[in-house]
Design a protein around this ligand. Structure first.
Ligand code: HSE
Length: 437
């Protein structure tokens, strides 16, 4: 084998980063692999824009299918993102016997099962280290280095945009809307930030992690998703007074009843390892039965970090091709026949502690009414703050509960909100801490 040929689908931010590494670090990559990695073709709808990297124009095409079908190409790198045409192209590349590298978590979250099955059927390989946590090398670690473990839990800060917004809200007291606008103007946040701020991107990444840790491909529609757009600085301030910070967390835990799979703003104790992960950084903690807790922190997005993970995958795929070995490790690290469809536990059945905020007029009986309703639902209050009254205006009343069932909390809040005691809908934020109450 003289060299290994790469075909790139998508010449955007990360694609340009991959081209840059292949060129600038060509000698290093050859020293690691033994043969050169050659960029053979690049497909994008826009082949005229300058990406700030040098590329022979003859390599550029607007026809992605040409790259997939090119018999000279060994490894197809899909960096288009989204569901289609990425799904069709990845499936076609696998059917052509190519090794595939992708950073596309949305694709894997929705179509992972058929893509892994196609790789298995065709004897091909698919690598996706860059799909979760950008440059953080956690997927290979979970599949390979931590393969001795049953995992109990996954906890992750998986979206840099949300973490950046929450960090600025926490550190500077800015509002969600103001930070988002500024982040968009500076190009940190997407023009359409919905997938990021509403937690969908995080849920895509959690779906991939659940497959890797628990050997179960979740139905994406059953993952509970709540984003950060309704988080206010008032709640961030109260969280601080109670010794917590608010993060958008992806959480999955395994129990005998199935798995929890949820993404929502979460109050974390200030001394939790993930509480100090700020700005655009991502972090993931997994807990294995032998290794215990393991935490990774690093850059979860951006051209350089993500391209680093993509090229790492290209190296792995190329090494296997050179050695004539494929499917040494199954895509999720479990043999396809060993994958199980574990049930996702309904949110109502979860046990946890909750932060509740009510907006009330400070009049006799108001607090009594709220505590009566909570008491009737079997909810015990662990601590409480009521702000000082300002004339006849609304005041926040904030409570932290002891451990209770989520269904009880929801039923109580419904009663309180319809009772007229509350001036605005109640706010609920889940608390993640030790299992003590
Ligand atoms: N938009 C994502 C983030 C990066 O803000 O973290 C790509 O998944």
């Amino acid at each position: 084998m003289k060299d290994i040929k790469i075909g790139l689908l998508g010449f955007g931010t990360v694609g340009a980063g991959v081209v840059e590494i292949l060129e600038k670090n060509a000698a290093l990559l050859k020293n690691r692999l033994g043969v050169p990695l050659t960029l053979a073709q690049v497909a994008d709808l826009d082949i005229s824009r300058d990406r700030g990297v040098s590329i022979d124009p003859v390599l550029l095409t607007t026809e992605a299918a040409q790259v997939v079908e090119n018999p000279d190409i060994d490894i197809v790198v899909e960096l288009i993102g989204g569901y289609e045409p990425a799904r069709t192209l990845v499936m076609a590349a696998l059917a052509c016997g190519k090794s595939v590298v992708t950073a596309n978590k949305a694709l894997l979250a929705r179509h992972g099962e058929e893509i892994y099955a196609e790789a298995d059927r065709c004897g091909g390989e698919i690598f996706f280290e860059a799909s979760v946590g950008g440059g953080i090398p956690l997927i290979t670690s979970i599949k390979e280095n931590l393969g001795a473990n049953h995992f109990h839990a996954i906890l992750g800060i998986l979206n840099g945009t949300c973490n950046y917004i929450l960090t600025r809200m926490t550190q500077n007291g800015e509002s969600f809307g103001a930070v988002l606008k500024d982040a968009q103007e500076k190009g940190f946040a997407e023009a359409d930030p919905t997938f990021d701020v509403e937690g969908i991107d995080t849920a895509h990444k959690l779906a991939v992690l659940i497959g890797l840790c628990f050997g179960s491909i979740p139905d994406f529609r059953n993952i509970y998703v709540e984003g950060i757009s309704r988080i206010s600085s008032v709640d961030i301030d109260f969280a601080r007074q109670f010794g917590y910070v608010i993060k958008l967390l992806a959480i999955s835990k395994r129990s005998e009843n199935g798995i929890e799979a949820r993404v929502h703003p979460t109050m974390l104790p200030e001394d939790h390892p993930l509480a100090a992960v700020d700005g655009v950084f991502n972090a993931v903690e997994v807990v294995g039965d032998y290794v215990g807790p393991v935490t990774w922190i690093g850059q979860g997005a951006g051209r350089k970090a993500t391209a680093s993970a993509v090229v790492g995958d290209i190296l792995q795929a190329a090494r296997n091709l050179r050695a004539g070995v494929r499917q040494r490790t199954a895509p999720l690290g479990y043999l396809p026949a060993a994958l199980r469809a574990l049930p996702i536990i309904p949110m109502d059945d979860l046990m946890g502690q909750f932060y509740l905020r009510f907006s009330v007029i400070d009049r006799p009986g108001v607090l009594g009414r709220i505590s009566t309703i909570l008491g009737e639902k079997g909810i015990s209050i662990a601590s409480m703050i009521q702000m000082k009254r300002k004339a006849d205006s609304q005041v926040p009343v904030v409570m932290m509960t002891h451990r209770t069932r989520e269904a009880a909390i929801r039923a109580a809040l419904e009663r309180i909100d319809s009772d007229g005691v509350n001036c605005e809908p109640s706010v609920l934020i889940r608390i993640e801490n030790s299992d003590s109450d």
